[in-house]
Ligand binder design. Structure first.
Ligand code: PMP
Length: 283
């Protein structure tokens, strides 16, 4: 198992950054999670665009070009035996400097990457769906930046798991759903409209979200990007969530209330099938 740390391919067990890395002390950094299929990262361009936005928002200089990053990825995947199914995690922090809040004048960004193979998502879970609970969204006001500051997400996800649910849907101060701790949230209304929150500053604009919006458009599914409330979600005909590692998962219970007839809805099924097909076809 090999990881990448600042220009070096190292044994994973020996991969290290300094204790005064600002990622460690301030969560002063960003990350991306890429899906690996048949030894290649998927949707690299979209992830790179989002990475560029996140870095710019935090004013961290890009440590290397996209082309160079692609070469590192290819080499790292190769050195990890090119998993058929897996994830590549990339993290870039502002770098190592004596601890003080202000940006250090000459810090060199830290860049680390890991590759892990994964078992494919259980088809039974994709078919049967998952439960979610609702929790207040206590994150900072810029979840659109993919920062490594994920403590509220960690706490909410743990609370969901301890409640026997797969994910937590987070509620803003008006009781509207923002997103999940690591996924975007969707419903289908009684009229058959596909609804998801617009990608403003209140959510992370998921790559899976963008792909599913495109697939919906191509399938002539009427789509509305607007906030929806927890009450509307509980009364919805269908609900589902999306993410790079979650794929498209039906949500069949919210806070214990059954959604629709408790089984994957037709629009969810169509989008899930289209998404999985695209995964298999991706070159
Ligand atoms: N929202 C949050 C808060 C996330 O952490 C993630 C996954 N990292 C997503 C949404 C889904 O994004 P993507 O489809 O790019 O995995």
């Amino acid at each position: 198992h090999i990881s990448y740390v600042n220009g070096h391919y190292v044994r994973h067990a020996r991969a290290r950054v300094h204790i005064e890395d600002r990622g460690f002390q301030f969560a002063d950094g960003v990350y991306e999670v890429f899906a690996i299929r048949r030894g290649r990262v998927l949707d690299a361009e979209r992830h790179f665009e989002r990475l560029t936005r996140s870095l710019a928002a935090l004013r961290i200089p890009a440590p290397m070009s996209r082309a160079a990053l692609q070469m590192v990825f290819a080499e790292l995947i190769r050195r990890n035996n090119s998993p058929a199914n897996g994830v590549l995690y990339l993290q870039i922090t502002r770098g190592v400097a004596p601890r003080t809040h202000a940006f250090p004048p000459r810090a060199v960004p830290t860049l680390v990457a890991t590759v892990n193979s994964l078992r494919p998502v259980d088809p039974e879970v994709l078919r049967a769906g998952v439960s979610v609970i609702s929790l207040p969204d206590i994150r900072w006001r810029r979840p659109d930046i993919k920062s490594v500051s994920l403590l509220p997400n960690v706490l909410a996800k743990q609370q969901a798991l301890e409640a026997g649910a797969y994910e937590a849907w987070l509620l803003d101060d008006s009781g509207m759903v923002t997103e999940g701790t690591a996924s975007n949230a969707w419903i289908v209304t009684a009229d058959g409209d596909l609804v998801t929150r617009p990608a403003d500053m209140s959510i992370l604009n998921g790559i899976t979200r963008l792909v599913v919006l495109e697939l919906a458009h191509r399938s002539n599914i009427r789509t509305v990007e607007r906030p929806f409330s927890l009450a509307e979600a509980k009364a919805a005909k269908e609900a589902f969530l999306t993410g790079t590692t979650s794929l498209v998962k039906p949500v069949i219970r919210i806070d214990g209330a059954t959604i629709g007839d408790g089984r994957m809805g037709t629009i969810t099924a169509a989008l899930q099938a289209a998404y999985l097909e695209r995964l298999e076809d991706e070159e």
